[in-house]
Design a protein around this ligand. Structure first.
Ligand code: 0O2
Length: 214
């Protein structure tokens, strides 16, 4: 069953957060196993590193307010998809889709939404691959399918997104147009850099006689 508040579900903030934290542990362990297996078989790590966090109460309230919802436990579970969030950073764009496939192929994970901001970057220039998945959390008396947001991006995309996020916080209202334009230009450079590094890696693999398709 999916996470529900009351009516046979949970009834406290602490219990909800325990479930989200457990979901994060489950998914990060899975990713670690997949990465190590991939390294063993293909002598190559698709995952550079992983960050995970549960959303702070302040951020949850801010997000609910932004979407026009009251700050209740029910609304937070229903409308906030990223209370449990994992960010996977990799070297190349091709790794992103490889990792997304590995996640989708896990029999106990259900992918409920995908947003491909690499194929379709945001107007800001933001690029990343987002998945919302349901992962089972095993409690003493029931199994709770819990939502986790997974963001997969390259090191270069992550560099841009982190700085752009900080810039947004420097301006209480809108970021000035000139800064937005420069950020968009930089995002295009990030995209070109990723494409160029991927091409270079393919050339190196060919010279080294390594298999093309993993
Ligand atoms: P924060 O402060 O990072 O947590 P949803 O999550 O689906 O209800 P939304 O906004 O439609 O709402 O989802 P989307 O577009 O998948 O964005 C989710 C998260 O992606 C955001 O969470 C950001 O972390 C990141 N993101 C999206 N767009 C941008 C962008 O233009 N720049 C940067 N730097 N990050 C972005 P939050 O909760 O909005 O913010």
């Amino acid at each position: 069953m999916e996470l529900e508040v009351n009516d046979n579900g949970v009834d406290s903030y602490e219990e909800v957060m325990l479930i989200y934290e457990s979901a994060l542990k489950q998914i990060t362990t899975k990713l670690d196993i997949l990465n190590r297996e991939f390294q063993l078989v293909h002598k190559y790590n698709p995952i550079e590193h992983i960050k995970s966090r549960v959303k702070t109460p302040q951020s949850i309230v801010k997000k609910l307010k932004r979407h026009g919802y009251e700050s209740t436990l029910q609304n937070m579970v229903k409308y906030c998809n990223d209370i449990a969030g994992v960010r996977i950073i990799c070297d190349y764009t091709s790794d992103i889709y490889r990792i997304a496939d590995m996640i989708s192929n896990q029999s106990d994970i259900r992918v409920v939404a995908i947003k491909d901001y690499i194929e379709h970057p945001k107007p800001s220039g933001y690029e990343s691959y987002h998945m919302i998945v349901l992962i089972p959390v095993y409690l003493s008396d029931r199994i709770v399918d819990t939502k986790v947001e997974i963001q997969i991006r390259t090191i270069a995309m992550d560099f841009w997104a982190s700085l752009e996020h900080k810039i947004q916080y420097k301006f209480p209202g809108e970021v000035p147009q000139q800064i937005q334009d420069e950020l968009l230009e930089n995002a295009k450079m990030v995209s070109a850099l990723d494409a160029s590094m991927l091409k270079l890696n393919e050339e190196i693999r060919e010279i080294a006689g390594e298999e093309e398709e993993l």
